[in-house]
Design a binder for this molecule. Sequence first.
Ligand SMILES: Nc1nc2c(ncn2[C@@H]2O[C@H](COP(=O)(O)OP(=O)(O)OP(=O)(O)O)[C@@H](O)[C@H]2O)c(=O)[nH]1
Ligand SMILES: [Zn+2]
Length: 564
Amino acid sequence: MLARIKLYHDFESAAEFQAQFAVPDSYMAACNYNLDILLDAWQAALTKLLQTTLQTGAASLLKSLENKADYVEMNVNLGSAAAIRKLNKEYRQKDYVTDVLSFPHYELKEGKLLQPLMPYDLEPEMPEEADVAEMSAEDEERMAPKEVFNLGDIYLCGDKVREQAENYGHSYWREFNFLCCHGFLHVLGYDHEEGQREESLQFALQDQILGNLLILRENPELKPAELIALAKEYNESPCLPLTAVPQAQTEDLPADFKSGFVAIVGRPNVGKSTLLNEISGAYLAITSAKAQTTRDNIRTIYNTKDSQIIFTDTPGVHTASDKLGDYMNQSGLAAIKDADAVLLLVDAAYAYPGKVEHKLLERLSELHKPAILVINKADTVVKQKLLPLIAAYSKLYQFQAVVPIAALKSDGIAELLTEIIRILPQGPRYYPLDYFTDQTERNLCAELIREQVLKYYHKELPYGVAVEIEKFAEETDATGERCLVKLQAAIITERASHKKMLIGKDGQAIKRMASSARIKIEEALECKVYLEVRVKVRENWRDKSIYLNDYGYNLKKAQNRPLQ
Ligand SMILES: Nc1nc2c(ncn2[C@@H]2O[C@H](COP(=O)(O)OP(=O)(O)OP(=O)(O)O)[C@@H](O)[C@H]2O)c(=O)[nH]1
Ligand SMILES: [Zn+2]
């Protein structure tokens, strides 16, 4: 079984192609303005992408096709902005240019056929006539009709590839591959718009597939020699072999394997992020003594032989006073909706149910969610104090368990994990064993800088700060190990007066802050780091959707990509 790409476009010349598909000049120059060479190189890349996508995200489909299909293929159509806009209007009633559109031929859900495979699902293809009178056995084999399984079409808009690559500050190559991968996954029945679980799954797969192919955001643009090498590869082998068993999922799961999504919710400052870090054994979510530290959902994956738990740390639910606050609350509530179980975290010292807890419990009842009451910071009170507290909560909700812990001291974590696994449903291992978080290094660096801002500055200043990583460049040593990361970060603040305070007299304040941030980042990335920080003022950014998007606070992640 082979993976095969059918590549289509209706441009007349290389010049028209370059203009309409917004191809960077470096690509055109690399292939000497010969369109055939460029398309061969893209064809090679897309075939690899299809091979990896199928093996990573459609093992079940490949199993169904094993010994039946000779080719599993995808049509990739390269279109102008106008052509994509027309399709988007015609098929989705959306009158704007979008980046990629997908049209599946079969009904698939997450890489599985929803209906059994029928003989007519495969299309026979006659090989070109051999020009010989007598055929050898080998020729006959070659001349036998081939069975083709055509998955569907994606339409890619070059203008958008160019535009988004520029907006996200990565290469055209990364964006091109990202969008095609995104489109392929839609054709295979992955849909991030359906809910948080679907979103995690699709985005984790995207990361994993592009990671396997080493098509990373921080990589430079494709080099001319690489483009030529790809074109050559395509001419040598236009199709790539498909194996039905994906590399990452060869494990045989026990029949009673349990898995699920677990949301950690509660008011600000109860220790949600501390608990997440404790469970992951890594520092993924920044923490601080100040309330409202976490702004976004962060996931970590906990694996045992018989279970997989996907934890989501959420921003504390509070009374919001701006759009950022709304976003934070919605993130928390959305995590509950898609969870298989919920941990309601409360602080042992101030735990009596208040407005926030009532709101969260209301939500849990509406959705009939199994929940565990987790009383954190148990180290700060005497044991007797816990009993009346437990009684007060038990009146409000039928908890599956009540577990006192001290996240900061690792107390009670094992008991908590046991209780969680007990109440989880049977299910698959959603993520491969080596995937443990959706936190990216880039985002973690931004968060570690924000953590130091929370530590070094007071009053309302830190709450008005966002951090943007403008440059993330890596250097490797002779053995290929990463030895240096050069970071350029912008601290976004909402007022000119805050900018002054951030910088401080002679830049002392920002230097001190940046130097402790650098040390934290070096610990996290395990290599030397150069950090350059500057301050930008964006008036009232917390209340402007456009800035919230820019700084990564967007409920429809996919970095704000429209549904394809
Ligand atoms: N004494 C004690 N302090 C703890 C414990 N767990 C967390 N803390 C402290 O509580 C503070 C808040 O912890 P975070 O993990 O940032 O709290 P959070 O719930 O994530 O807060 P937000 O992100 O603001 O919603 C930090 O100063 C932690 O060190 C604990 O078990 N015992
Ligand atoms: Zn937090």
